[in-house]
Design a binder for this molecule. Structure first.
Ligand code: NAD
Length: 484
C-alpha cells in the first residue's frame, strides 16, 4: 500500500515542468510511520534547485501563465480539482502510508484538496477592485495584482489540505509558485504537481522541490527572487522564515501552532458536544495545529464531562493507517519522544483515561495511546505548551470571566469554541476569545475551505482559506486618473 500507488518517480524535483534529479542526485529516505520501515526515497533538494525553481517560476510570469486571464486560471484549477477527485483513492493510500493517518482521514484530506481547487477555480474571476469617489476631475479605482513568485513551505501533518489552501489561492491570483513540502511527507505534493501538469497548468507555474527544511526551506524563505512566503509549521521555524524574508522586505503569512480551548458551560448540550470534545483532540493523532488540547469545564458539570470523555477515551483504538482505526501512529520516532516526554511531565496529574494500542500494531510504528488528564491547573506545562500529540487536559472554571482568562491565557490564539445554550453568552464569548476562528456549539465547522483561517499571537498572522486568502496572495494598486 502507498508508494506503489504513485504514478511518478518520487525521487525527483519538479522544476520548469521537468522531473529531474536534485542537485548532486541528493536523496532522502521515505519512512512509513505505521511500521517505522524505510519504503523508498525522495529527492533532497538543494539551494541550487530552489534557484532553478524560482527562475522557472519567474519566467512563467512573462509567458503563457502570466498572460492567462482570470477565467483561464479558474478553468485550469477546476480541472486540477476534477483530476484530484478521480485519484482520491490513490492519493489517500499514498498519504496514509507517508503520514500514517487512518485511511478515512487521508481520503478526507484528498477530497479537501479537490474542494480547494474547485473553490479557488470558481473564485479566480471574482476578485474585484473598487471605484473610489474622489476629487472633481478624477476617476479612481483599485486593481488586485499577483505578488509574482510565491514560496510555500508546508508541514507534514495535512500536506494535501495545506497545499490546497495556499497554492490554490496563490495560483488563482496569477502568482507562480515554488512549493517546498516537508521532508517527512512529500509524496502527495509530487502527485499534485503531476495532476496539475496533466490538467494543463502552464509549465513552471508550479514547481516542487522536496528537501530538508534547513537546506531547501531556508534557501526558499531567504531567496531574493521570492515576492511572498506562505509558511505553515512551528513557531520556532516561523520566526526564522519571517527573519529571512525580512532581509528581502518580503511579506509573509505565518500559520503556526495552537493550544486551542473548548469552553464548556454548565448549560451545554453534552450529547451534542461530546464527539467534538474528544475528536478535536485526537484527530490525526493530535498532530493538528487547530487541535483542541484544552477542555475548560464549568465546575458544576466537571465530573460528568470528564467521566463521559473518559468513556470515549476508553474506546479509542490506535493502530496502523491501513487498519483505519480512530488514531494512527505519530509521524516519526522523534515526535513520539516529544509527546511521550509531555505525558511523563503529566505524571503528577490525575490521568482520567487512556486509549489502547491494538495488539497487532507493528513493532516499529510510532504509536502513542491517547491520554486525558483531569482537573489540570491552567499554568501547568501540559495546559500551556503545544504537545502535537493525542493529549487533552480538562481545566475547571468558576464563571465566564475566569473562563475567558484561562482560554486567553496562553501565548497562542488559533481557534476556540464555546458550548452553551445561552445566546447572549455565545455572542459575548465569541467577542472575548482571542482566536482567528471561534465556533459556537461545534468545533471546526467541518473544516470549510470557505472560512478564513489563521491566528493571533504566536499562532501567526495573515489569513488563508476563503476569499480572504486571495487578498493575501495579491497586492493592491490604486489608479488615480485625472481627466478634468
Ligand atoms: P516545522 O516548522 O519543523 O516544519 C515545517 C516546514 O518548515 C517543513 O517543510 C520544514 O522542512 C520547513 N523548515 C524547517 N526548518 C526550516 C528552516 N530553517 N527554514 C525554512 N523552512 C524550514 O514544523 P513541523 O514539525 O513540520 O509541523 C508542526 C508544527 O506546525 C506545529 O507547531 C503545528 O502547530 C504547526 N502547524 C500549523 C498549522 C496552521 O495552519 N496554523 C498547520 C499545520 C501545522
Amino acid at each position: 500500500m502507498g508508494l506503489d500507488r504513485l504514478w511518478i518517480d518520487p525521487a525527483k524535483v519538479f522544476v520548469g515542468g521537468v522531473w529531474r534529479d536534485a542537485e548532486g542526485k541528493a536523496r532522502l529516505p521515505v519512512e512509513d510511520p505505521s511500521t517505522g520501515a524505510s519504503v523508498g526515497e525522495i529527492a533532497g533538494g538543494q539551494a541550487a534547485d530552489i534557484d532553478a525553481a524560482v527562475a522557472a517560476a519567474r519566467a512563467s510570469l512573462s509567458g503563457e501563465w502570466g498572460r492567462a486571464t482570470a477565467v483561464e486560471r479558474g478553468r485550469v484549477l477546476t480541472r486540477i480539482g476534477q483530476l484530484v477527485l478521480e485519484r482520491v483513492d490513490d492519493l489517500a493510500a499514498i498519504e496514509a502510508m507517508d503520514v500514517g493517518k487512518p485511511l478515512k482521514q487521508a481520503r478526507a484530506d484528498a477530497v479537501a484538496l479537490a474542494r480547494y481547487m474547485e473553490f479557488y477555480g470558481g473564485a479566480a474571476d471574482k476578485v474585484m477592485g473598487d471605484t473610489i469617489p474622489y476629487l472633481d476631475g478624477y476617476t479612481v479605482y483599485t486593481l488586485r495584482e499577483p505578488h509574482g513568485v510565491t514560496g510555500h513551505i508546508v508541514p507534514w501533518n495535512y500536506p494535501m489540505q495545506i497545499i490546497g489552501r495556499s497554492v490554490g489561492a496563490a495560483l488563482a491570483m496569477g502568482n507562480a509558485c515554488v512549493l517546498k513540502p516537508a521532508e517527512e511527507a512529500c509524496l502527495t505534493a509530487l502527485a499534485f504537481a503531476a495532476l496539475a501538469d496533466e490538467a494543463g497548468l502552464p509549465k513552471s507555474a508550479l514547481n516542487v522541490v522536496p528537501g530538508l527544511g534547513e537546506v531547501a526551506g531556508a534557501a526558499l524563505s531567504g531567496h531574493a527572487g521570492i515576492n511572498h512566503v506562505s509558511f505553515t509549521g512551528s513557531v520556532a521555524v516561523g520566526g526564522l522564515v519571517q527573519a529571512a524574508a525580512a532581509k528581502n522586505v518580503v511579506p509573509v503569512t505565518l500559520e503556526l501552532g495552537g493550544k486551542s480551548p473548548q469552553v464548556v458551560f454548565g448549560d451545554v448540550d453534552l450529547e451534542a458536544a461530546l464527539p467534538f470534545l474528544v475528536n478535536a483532540g485526537i484527530q490525526n493523532a493530535g498532530q493538528t495545529c487547530s487541535a483542541s488540547s484544552r477542555i475548560l469545564v464549568e465546575w458544576g458539570r466537571l465530573d460528568e464531562v470528564t467521566e463521559r470523555m473518559a468513556e470515549r477515551y476508553g474506546a479509542l483504538r490506535v493502530g496502523p493507517a491501513s487498519a483505519d482505526l480512530d488514531v494512527g501512529p505519530l509521524i516519526s520516532g522523534r515526535q513520539k519522544e516529544i509527546v511521550t516526554g509531555f505525558i511523563e511531565d503529566g505524571g503528577d496529574l490525575e490521568q482520567a483515561a487512556a486509549g489502547e494500542i491494538v495488539g497487532n500494531a507493528p513493532e516499529g510504528g510510532h504509536y502513542v495511546a491517547p491520554r486525558l488528564f483531569a482537573g489540570v491547573d491552567p499554568a501547568h506545562k501540559l495546559a500551556q505548551q503545544e504537545i502535537f500529540g493525542p493529549v487533552q487536559v480538562v481545566i475547571p472554571f468558576d464563571d465566564e470571566d475566569e473562563a475567558v482568562a484561562i482560554a486567553n491565557g496562553t501565548e497562542f490564539g488559533l481557534v476556540a469554541s464555546v458550548w452553551s445554550r445561552d445566546g447572549a453568552r455565545q455572542m459575548r464569548m465569541a467577542k472575548r476569545l482571542h482566536a482567528g476562528q471561534v465556533f459556537v456549539n461545534n468545533y471546526g465547522a467541518g473544516g470549510g475551505v470557505e472560512l478564513p483561517f489563521g491566528g493571533t499571537g504566536k499562532s501567526g498572522h495573515g489569513r488563508e482559506k476563503g476569499f480572504e486568502a486571495l487578498y493575501g496572495f495579491s497586492s493592491l494598486k490604486t489608479v488615480a486618473a485625472y481627466h478634468g
